[in-house]
Write a protein that binds this ligand. Structure first.
Ligand SMILES: NC(=O)NCCC(=O)O
Length: 410
């Protein structure tokens, strides 16, 4: 089974290239802010990318205030998006082997750009088969987060490249009667496992039938303190929940990664907004990492919306990007290609944005804590104040003697 041909345009940024030169700089500044500029990519990495058909993009942040009492805290953050190298009708061990082989090259490219912390896409050890609702062979692809083949493979790379690796996998939790979880494993730059976090919010949308396969995480919002900063991971659908981002920030995250698997027809207009808004609202860096390409399954499945049964999930649109606490963002990776994004940031900007915007001091958290506590009770009564001139529900209103002019504006 061959992968469908690429669809539509390469990226939003490639379309902007066609703007008149006098407009281009303004448009880019309005859309992306002005904190990031492209930097030179080492020749060896460019060659590797050309030979292996993937994109590399590298940016550097500007505009962080030099401080008298703190040295800059420079970190190079990586995001890797990739297609499944073989389609889902191949034997599953061959699929995993091909994924590892591909990832070894992409991580090597990240290392060549000096990346310190890298995040892979959601469920990178599997095709995103949740659309099918079939149990087998797919459940067999879930792996131990402590000694499964994928974590062992990445521990070696983390050690070799002195890189923290965030590895979102489908996890088999053998300790808890083989439950399956959607888990990001955080691997230290020394190759040890720092910890793991399982997805909090399971989608109930489109063909994302994920509740058929795995259970909600119960570990809250852990933040992992690494050699290169404090990391939270809001997995995919969790990005639609502002409190999910906020909880990681309240626990001290400086970077919140959003490894995702989402498709063009569903969420592309939201993609550039949600992680970026979370960066601003929480004074953190956010990094959206999305799958790319189309995955075609051996058996047709239905979408429950009256359309004919079909075999592919739709187009995973990539477009991985980084957003800064000051609202600037990098251009995205391609909508159609595998890619490695490297962005050099200064973590000092998080506290600087807190000082400048005062969100932590103006957030009125205790007020919201009370509301949320009340809302979670069965006897919650919404605090609404009704215009007393509106008709009382259930009571007959006196009929006007003559028809009145409609109050609706024409
Ligand atoms: N994997 C996943 O949670 N996808 C849901 C789709 C979306 O949130 O855009």
């Amino acid at each position: 089974m061959s992968a469908p041909a690429k669809v539509e345009m390469e990226s939003v940024e490639s379309s902007l290239e066609n703007l008149p030169p006098q407009d281009k700089t303004f448009v880019q500044k309005i859309l992306y802010g002005d904190s990031f500029s492209a930097v030179e990519i080492p020749e060896a990495v460019r060659q590797m990318a050309a030979q292996n058909d993937f994109e590399v993009k590298a940016f550097k942040q500007h505009g962080v205030i030099p401080e008298q009492t703190r040295a800059p805290r420079i970190v190079r953050v990586g995001a890797i998006q990739n297609k499944i190298p073989v389609q889902p009708d191949a034997p599953i061990q061959e699929q995993l082997r091909a994924l590892h082989e591909r990832m070894a090259v992409l991580i090597q490219a990240a290392a060549g750009m000096g990346v310190n912390v890298v995040c892979l896409q959601e469920g990178w050890n599997i095709p995103f088969f949740m659309c099918t609702r079939e149990r087998y062979p797919w459940c067999e692809m879930a792996e131990s987060a402590t000694n499964g083949p994928t974590v062992l493979f990445l521990q070696e790379l983390a050690r070799t490249y002195n890189m923290v690796i965030i590895s979102p996998i489908l996890e088999r939790d053998e300790v808890h009667m083989n439950q399956i979880k959607n888990t990001a494993v955080v691997i230290s730059n020394n190759g040890g496992i720092i910890g793991k976090h399982s997805k909090n919010h399971i989608p109930r949308v489109g063909d994302f039938n994920e509740a058929s396969y795995y259970v909600e995480g119960t570990d809250g919002h852990p933040v992992f303190e690494t050699a290169f900063g404090k990391i939270g991971i809001a997995i995919c659908y969790g990005r639609h929940h502002p409190l999910n981002w906020q909880a990681f920030a309240l626990n001290g995250a400086e970077m919140i990664f959003n490894p995702s698997a989402t498709v063009a027809g569903l969420s592309e207009p939201l993609w550039g907004i949600e992680a970026r808004n979370a960066a601003i609202a929480n004074s953190v860096y956010t990094i959206g990492v999305n799958r790319v390409g189309c995955e075609t399954y051996p058996n047709a499945f239905t979408s429950g919306n009256g359309t004919p049964a079909h075999k592919d999930f739709g187009w995973f649109f990539g477009s991985s990007y980084l957003a800064a606490p000051n609202g600037s963002r990098t251009p995205g990776l391609s909508r159609t290609h595998d890619g490695v994004l490297c962005t050099e940031i200064d973590l000092n900007l998080c506290r600087q944005c807190q000082d400048i915007w005062s969100f932590p001091m103006t957030g009125r958290h205790e007020m919201y804590a009370k509301l949320l506590t009340a809302y979670c009770r069965d006897d919650f009564v919404p605090q609404t104040v009704r215009d007393p001139s509106l008709p009382v529900a259930g009571r007959q209103q006196p009929q006007p003697a003559q028809a009145q002019a409609s109050p609706v504006c024409k």
